[in-house]
Design a protein around this ligand. Structure first.
Ligand code: PTJ
Length: 262
């Protein structure tokens, strides 16, 4: 891999690309993972590569709903594990919830490879610093995060093919699922089952963005970090009557304003 100098203005973006390239070479990602990543990058440019005000509101709403949920689960795919697996685990440790590998392009090799990588990341996170404001035994909380998805025993009703495979313990019995880079059909099927779905997607026009209960139009690492910080600094946050369509319109206005000012 090429060494990226500290001073490079696009260092963050190049590092993300490197993670995606490495994941591809290790066979952990879908063949179209780079296309999905490129689409995300394009939208991130249009958003100014920052957490906008409307994304901030969605992050607060997501934190409140995750706190209020009885059985939240974080669903992760290939891109999410490579780009933000450690952040997903930190969030799961604070929430005391499971992380489930649930793939669009499912193969046993990819599921097992991603679960193995999550196990490595879990050890690294457990040995790392706890989030500021976290109360409790960090190491124990992190190592207590259950990693699911290896032995699916449940089907998401109303969804065709291998994508519908999940675990009863995780997505099957969850009342709220946090799903970054989601596909629209699965999101719709989960909502139709009466579950709340919080989607993280840089594209405010995607089907998943439109189908979700709450959409965070932000980059997955930034969004995880934002939810985590909200959970530890404002643990008593309460869900509101969330109007997702209006929040999505707001993100489009923010894109237009950003383009006008640049
Ligand atoms: O690992 P698998 O098999 O589950 O496959 C994962 C991909 C992402 C390949 C698959 O779900 C897919 O093809 O997704 P789409 O339909 O391309 O949708 C991905 C969405 O995520 C797009 O709307 C992108 O704008 C958005 N996106 C891409 N990168 C990021 C992102 N959103 C947030 N953060 C990102 N880093």
């Amino acid at each position: 891999m090429v060494e990226i100098p500290e001073s490079h203005p696009r260092k963050r973006s190049l590092l993300s690309r490197q993670k995606i390239v490495e994941g591809s070479l290790r066979g952990l990602l879908a063949e179209s993972a780079m296309i999905a990543h490129g689409r995300g990058e394009a939208f991130d440019y249009l958003l100014g590569e920052r957490t906008t005000e409307s994304a901030g509101s969605a992050i607060r709403e997501a934190a409140a709903r995750l706190t209020a949920a009885n059985h939240p689960v974080i669903s992760v795919n290939g891109n999410t594990v490579l780009l933000a697996g450690k952040r997903a685990l930190r969030l799961a440790a604070v929430l005391g919830c499971a992380v489930e590998v649930n793939l669009y392009y499912r193969s046993p090799e990819r599921v097992n490879g991603l679960l193995a990588l999550l196990e490595e990341q879990r050890t690294l996170v457990s040995n790392g610093d706890e989030p500021q404001g976290f109360e409790g035994d960090w190491r124990k909380s992190v190592m207590g995060v259950t990693l699911l998805g290896g032995s699916p025993n449940f089907r998401i009703e109303g969804l065709e093919g291998p994508r519908s495979q999940c675990t009863e313990e995780g997505i099957g019995s969850a009342d709220l699922i946090l799903v970054p880079l989601e596909d629209g059909d699965r999101c719709e099927a989960l909502v139709n089952l009466g579950k709340q779905v919080v989607v993280i997607d840089l594209n405010p026009l995607s089907r998943s963005s439109k189908m979700a209960t709450v959409t965070i139009v932000d980059e997955v690492s930034r969004a995880f970090e934002g939810i985590l910080s909200e959970l530890v600094t404002n643990p008593n946050c309460i869900p509101t009557e969330w109007d997702n369509a209006s929040a999505l319109r707001e993100s489009l206005v923010e894109i237009a304003e950003y383009l006008e000012s640049n």
